[in-house]
Write a new protein. Structure first.
Length: 216
């Protein structure tokens, strides 16, 4: 896996090809490599409530929508921390969308605080009641997806959680023609290491249809 640094012809340094067998690499190096490759990633700012009633909020970027009828989201949770413990205890959670304005607050909630600490209060965020679940939603977020735990899968060093979205709240200020406009929503994306990014210029392409191709 040795690499030679050279010139890529565009004024930047380049290294030799990298071929990796995951089981042969140390865990931290593999994590940093993979999270730099699968980018950008949406961020789930997950709010839960513990058995003692203490709310918790933490960001997770192993996250996506995986079904829409009925709607389901998936979370990849490393280790066993407050988010997973609370989801297991209550069977509920809320995914709050992170916008570019939330960067510092979101990053602050990634702190490894003990379970008795309320990260909402710690960071100065506002927890408000959800409609369909006991877990609070984040008032500062323009999008809240209230979820019920449907499946859990042990992945060794992590856990995959699948939640059914049972209620959706969207701030009208990010809506245009009945859907969220990305330029109004301004979601924040996760990159590798400690990097984040805003969306660039949106691009649109109509999906091709075979019937139209045959007619042409």
């Amino acid at each position: 896996m040795a690499a030679t640094v050279g010139d890529d012809g565009r004024g930047g340094a380049t290294e030799g090809d990298l071929d990796v067998t995951p089981s042969e690499w140390d865990r931290r190096s593999l994590y940093r490599l993979l999270t730099s490759l699968v980018v950008p990633r949406p961020i789930a700012w997950v709010s839960t409530v513990g058995p003692d009633g203490v709310p918790n909020i933490a960001p997770h970027s192993y996250f996506n929508l995986v079904s829409s009828s009925p709607p389901h989201v998936v979370l990849g949770l490393a280790g066993v921390r407050d988010t997973l413990n609370n989801i297991r205890a209550s069977g509920e959670f809320v995914v709050n969308v992170v916008t570019v304005d939330h960067l510092d607050a979101m990053n602050a909630t990634s702190i490894d605080a003990p379970p008795e600490v309320d990260e909402f209060r710690l960071v100065g965020l506002t927890a408000v009641p959800a409609v369909a679940v006991a877990a609070p939603r984040l008032q500062e977020s323009p999008v809240n997806l209230e979820c019920l735990l449907r499946h859990e899968l042990d992945l060794g060093g992590g856990t995959m959680v699948v939640g059914e979205v049972v209620h959706v709240h969207v701030d009208g200020r990010v809506l245009r023609d009945g859907t969220a406009d990305p330029e109004l929503l301004r979601p924040l994306a996760r990159l590798g290491h400690v990097g984040y990014a805003a969306l660039g210029a949106p691009m649109s392409r109509p999906r091709p249809r075979w019937s139209e191709r045959e007619q042409g």
